[in-house]
Design a protein around this ligand. Structure first.
Ligand SMILES: [Zn+2]
Length: 406
């Protein structure tokens, strides 16, 4: 089945059967002019910085710190027209928090995309259990629940979950589970007998080892969603024919920027994901550097879509920790190695540096001991490896996974 996201882009852009990457780019660049005009006229941040005669590649980047330093400079509508404000803890060194504003129509567009994306993995009458977010009005969970109800799919948002036992209890009758990758992997390794029809990994990076393992254990389809609160959550989701993600092209422009040259990367080349909103009313954002790493895929999808897709997210630039000269380590590298062991249910990792000696500390939740030599490809000889065994239930400390520094 061709991805519903492709059909939706064809309809929203009006390109219908003529849709191809070239025509889409022309359509997006035409739309971009209107966005630039809107942002320059209505926001303090973009006023005087950009004008509609500029090409996409010539526009300056917007940094997460710009948004954190002065969120109101991005606000393009009167404050009383803001329907939702989300405050995000900043993962950087500053204590400032990003505030993200949405209008009613911004939220409506998110729901529209969610309905389309979810129709890839659920059908009328299926029951969905949402294990992330909360029941607050217009929260990510509530928006998803409402989008699903529009396609005839009832969804329940879990109350705050304190451990894997509670997560398994609420999930036992669901056809589709929506949750964070490491949490769903942990569930699948505790309860391999469960048989959801599909699983949607969201709200954190999904390593290949987790995708493969959940597919194998639960014998189900595994989908990945990539999103950011800054753009109204949804950015991309894969179809049932491929792990690579179809893009929300009718609402955003997604670029991959070479990290060294800061120029657009070629399809297949790795770089930073940079996003421009094409319709956001409350907070238009132009060329926002997400800090996430991926690549564009130019080959047509097996589902029949000829549009560019995005590969899986391969990491976050800020999460790379220098562990030796010219050598960095991040949690995804460890996930790809440790989760390949089917007896490892979860783990926590941190790096310390004491008197010039770097050590990697692991607390591994497993039914047997790992062979430490499997870590050699990512840990140079001069790095000590300190392994402890113990519980690492991700539901007891719910967050995006990171390699912490002690
Ligand atoms: Zn596809």
């Amino acid at each position: 089945m061709i991805s519903p996201v492709h059909l939706w882009v064809a309809k929203k852009t009006g390109l219908e059967r003529n849709l191809n990457p070239y025509k889409l780019a022309i359509w997006q660049r035409e739309r971009l002019k209107a966005v630039i005009d809107y942002a320059a006229k209505n926001t303090r941040f973009y006023n005087g910085k950009i004008d509609p005669s500029m090409q996409l590649e010539d526009l300056p980047f917007t940094l997460p710190s710009d948004l954190a330093n002065n969120p109101y400079a991005f606000l393009a509508i009167p404050q009383n027209s803001v329907t939702r404000v989300t405050t995000l803890a900043n993962s950087g060194t500053t204590s400032l928090k990003k505030r993200i504003f949405f209008s009613q129509s911004d939220l409506e567009r998110t729901k529209e995309f969610f309905s389309v994306g979810m129709s890839t993995m659920v059908s009328k009458g299926d029951k969905v259990q949402i294990l992330i977010s909360n029941r607050t009005e217009n929260s990510l969970g509530s928006l998803l629940q409402e989008s699903l109800s529009r396609i005839g799919v009832p969804a329940e948002i879990s109350k705050s979950l304190r451990n894997v036992t509670e997560a398994l209890e609420v999930s036992k009758d669901a056809d589709c589970l929506v949750g964070m990758p490491a949490e769903l992997l942990y569930m699948s390794r505790i309860a391999p007998e469960m048989r959801p029809k599909s699983v949607l990994l969201a709200a954190d990076i999904a390593p290949q080892a987790i995708i493969k393992s959940i597919k194998k254990t639960w014998k189900c389809n595994v989908f990945c969603h990539y999103g950011h609160t800054e753009f109204g959550y949804g950015i991309a989701v894969n179809c049932d024919e491929s792990d690579e993600l179809h893009l929300r092209d009718a609402h955003n422009i997604l670029e991959i920027i070479d990290i060294k040259t800061q120029e657009p990367a070629l399809p297949g080349e790795v770089g930073e994901i940079v996003i421009t909103t094409l319709w956001n009313e409350a907070m238009p954002i132009i060329r926002y550097k997400t800090g996430n790493i991926s690549r564009l895929i130019a080959q047509p999808c097996k589902c029949g879509s000829n549009l560019h897709r995005m590969g899986n997210v391969e990491g976050r630039i800020a999460d790379n920790i220098a562990i030796a000269k010219g050598k960095v380590l991040n949690i995804i590298q460890l996930d790809e190695i440790l989760f390949t062991c089917n007896f490892v249910r979860g783990f926590n990792a941190s790096v310390s540096n004491y008197r010039g000696k770097t050590a990697l500390h692991l607390t591994i939740d497993a039914t047997q001991r790992i062979d430490p030599t499997i870590l050699e490809p990512v840990t140079p000889n001069e790095v000590d490896i300190d392994i402890n065994y113990g519980a690492a239930d991700p539901f007891t400390n719910r967050r995006k996974r990171r390699l912490s520094v002690k």
